[in-house]
Design a protein around this ligand. Structure first.
Ligand SMILES: CC(C)(COP(=O)(O)OP(=O)(O)OC[C@H]1O[C@@H](n2cnc3c(N)ncnc32)[C@H](O)[C@@H]1OP(=O)(O)O)[C@@H](O)C(=O)NCCC(=O)NCCSC(=O)CCO
Length: 252
């Protein structure tokens, strides 16, 4: 692959956005290759947690501006559509996806991170949606996902100004879950991923589905989905074993 590299390390699949000389800017090839890599990991039964990160000093500096000049409205729409479908794919994947933000996460780069389930960032990372400075606006889901994470006012402020924020501020606003030093980033991500990989994968996948679908529904509909599915959770071998283990330890 030209733009992505994959490190398969069961139970983890590490995806590296890999155009470091262009700060991992997203071109059509990257959209295509990231989609293929995600599909490959989705079908790989040994992979329980997927981690997306960047090679070099950036997570990703957004869509590749150098090809914007070639875009007419139709091609721009198609590019945004492909980007949007990729983000939806990440968000709706039946496996947990962690964004390990090692540096700049701007524009489409932040949009990738926001489609992931959890974001862990290095203290040095800077995040933002600077599209407005190019006279455009976020096209891979940013106008919808940012306000859901940080609230309407903060999201509008970030998108109206295009300002970058620090990882610490991003954590304060709820855009990032964990911030650690640059040196600790991989180790802390690994710890987080190990804990998640040790849980019931069916339950993890159900939680993700319920949270994502629930946030797009009324609370009543979300609660109904939760209680309807809850009974099914008991039928997995994993749940039976974990409950038996708990009870037998108590007896012993
Ligand atoms: C991220 C910035 C602030 C980093 O600045 P700096 O450290 O000074 O590094 P640069 O010299 O600017 O960048 C190195 C190299 O990468 C190229 N590059 C960086 N970002 C992009 C990009 N988005 N597209 C294409 N190429 C990019 C840059 O041109 C350099 O290449 P050379 O060949 O060496 O010249 C700074 O780079 C920055 O502000 N980048 C743009 C961020 C941005 O506006 N992103 C939004 C894009 S629109 C979008 O994402 C739409 C989807 O919603």
């Amino acid at each position: 692959m030209e733009t992505i590299s994959l490190k398969r390390e069961p139970p983890f699949g590490w995806i590296y956005l890999n155009r470091p000389d262009k700060l991992n800017a997203i071109n059509e090839k990257m959209i295509e290759e990231l989609g293929e890599t995600i599909k490959q990991l989705e079908n790989d039964n040994e992979i329980k947690v997927i981690i997306i990160t960047g090679t070099g000093k950036a997570f990703c500096a957004g869509a590749d501006i150098s090809h914007f000049k070639t875009l007419n409205p139709e091609r721009a729409w198609l590019f945004a559509k492909k980007g949007r479908e990729l983000m939806d794919k990440i968000e709706n994947l039946g496996k947990p996806v962690i964004a390990m933000i090692n540096g700049y996460a701007l524009g489409g780069g932040l949009e990738i991170a926001m489609a992931c389930d959890i974001r862990i960032a290095s203290e040095e990372a800077q995040l933002g949606l600077p599209e407005i400075t190019l006279g455009i606006y976020p096209g891979f889901g940013g106008t919808q996902r940012l306000p859901r994470l940080v609230g309407k006012g903060r999201a509008l402020l970030m998108m109206f100004t295009g300002d970058k924020i620090t990882a610490k501020d991003a954590e304060r606003f709820g855009l990032v879950e964990v911030v650690v030093s640059k040196e600790a980033l991989e180790e802390e991500t690994r710890k987080m991923a190990t804990k998640i990989a040790s849980q019931s994968q069916v339950a993890i996948s159900e939680i993700k589905l319920l949270v994502n679908k629930g946030l797009d529904s009324s609370i009543d509909a979300g609660l109904n989905m939760e209680s309807l599915g809850w009974g099914v959770a008991f039928t997995t071998d994993d749940a039976k074993k974990r409950i038996d283990d708990f009870l037998s330890k108590r007896k012993g």
